[in-house]
Design a protein around this ligand. Structure first.
Ligand code: PHE
Length: 355
């Protein structure tokens, strides 16, 4: 018998006997390693007499294939046997009772902030943030608020020091100044967050939420403001038509200024937005005052625009039929369980902005 036939016979019988994975690996090295029996036969091809060379090479190749196939199926066989043995040994006890767990809920205010951010993002607004603890300058002075303005009063504002230099921001408007000082115009931002005023009754909490809007560019006018708010309110309340009215108002940081009401009626004990003859105030807005632009290093002769401040909690109350604002912040788990949102139960107009 030729050398290669001998190798074949010997290793076929080895591979057919009962061996483990390390023995299979050893066989692999013996045959196909760098100086393995088969590998060295390949190096021999050149020295075989020419008449027999072709047949030798063909035989060698088919022996190589046969041995490799056998090795592969042996490895398979051993692995399957191992898995079967494991399955038979490791039994899962499915009679164990399940562990109880409580799924958290998303607070209606967080949900509403997500929805608002998502709607404004769609029309090109980006999101800014500012600190809750503010300087008097950003909260009042830079916003053109005179020294004798009632908002500066101790009764209205939580000051954090005797000199009235630091305070809990009374609105999100200081983010307007911070944003404009940070970058160059144009600006198109919203800034949701917490705000604080010394106030507490069924519709006022000392801590509440606002979302500021600011859009500054070369040719922005009040028509843009109206269009933007109209779009937002329709999207937010998921209605095709709304009634909206601009009431002249006054804010030191906008000129002209307006408060915006939306029309509603009560049908079967529920609020219906966009119909009826009742009005509800939901935001303050106006064209940014030139003094505010100057304070924020923006040239009022080149740039102008609008700003608005929306009460988030009130929007959440309206949309989700919640009638006491204070319940929002009482941390009553039963309340949250009722009014909160399942993390995966997303409303139809929510477009998946992550916070
Ligand atoms: N900051 C105002 C408030 O808290 C709302 C507002 C924002 C008005 C922006 C005009 C422009 O009442």
């Amino acid at each position: 018998m030729s050398d290669i036939k001998k190798i074949k016979e010997e290793y076929l019988s080895k591979l057919k006997s009962k061996i483990d994975i390390s023995q299979v690996n050893q066989i692999k090295t013996d045959l196909f390693g760098k100086n393995g029996l088969i590998s060295s036969q390949f190096k021999n091809i050149g020295s075989v007499v020419e008449a027999e060379r072709k047949k030798f090479a063909a035989d060698l190749n088919s022996i190589k294939d046969e041995l490799q196939d056998l090795i592969n199926s042996k490895v398979n066989e051993i692995e399957t046997a191992e898995i079967n043995e494991k399955l038979a040994k490791e039994i899962v006890d499915i009679t164990l009772p399940e562990r109880s767990f409580v799924q958290g809920k998303i607070h209606p205010v967080s949900q509403t902030i997500d929805e608002i951010s998502s709607i404004f993002s769609e029309i090109g607004f980006s999101i800014e943030e500012g600190p809750d603890v503010e300087n008097e300058y950003y909260n009042f002075t830079a916003l053109n608020t005179p020294d004798n303005h009632p908002a500066r009063d101790m009764h209205d504002t939580f000051y954090l020091d005797e000199n009235k230099e630091t305070l809990l921001r009374t609105h999100t408007s200081p983010v307007q100044i911070r944003t404009m000082l940070k970058e160059k115009p144009p600006f198109k931002i919203i800034a949701p967050g917490r705000t604080y005023r010394s106030d507490s009754d069924q519709t006022h909490a000392p801590m509440f939420h606002q979302v500021e809007g600011l859009h500054i560019d070369k040719d922005i006018n009040m028509g843009h403001l109206k269009g933007c708010l109209n779009y937002f309110i329709k999207e937010f309340f998921e209605v095709d038509k709304i009634k909206m009215r601009f009431r002249p108002s006054h804010f030191p940081f906008t000129e002209p200024s307006a408060e915006v009401d939306i029309g509603y009626e009560i049908k079967d004990g529920k609020i219906v937005i966009g119909e009826g003859d009742k009005w509800l105030e939901i935001l303050g807005c106006g064209m940014v005052h030139p003094n505010v632009l100057k304070n924020a290093k923006v040239d009022p002769l080149n740039f102008q625009g609008y700003a608005f401040g929306i009460g988030i909690d009130r929007l959440a109350m309206l949309k989700y039929g919640i009638n006491d604002l204070r319940a929002f912040f009482e941390c009553d788990y039963r309340w949250l369980n009722h009014y909160g949102f399942d993390p995966l139960d997303v409303p139809t107009n929510y477009r998946g902005l992550s916070r």
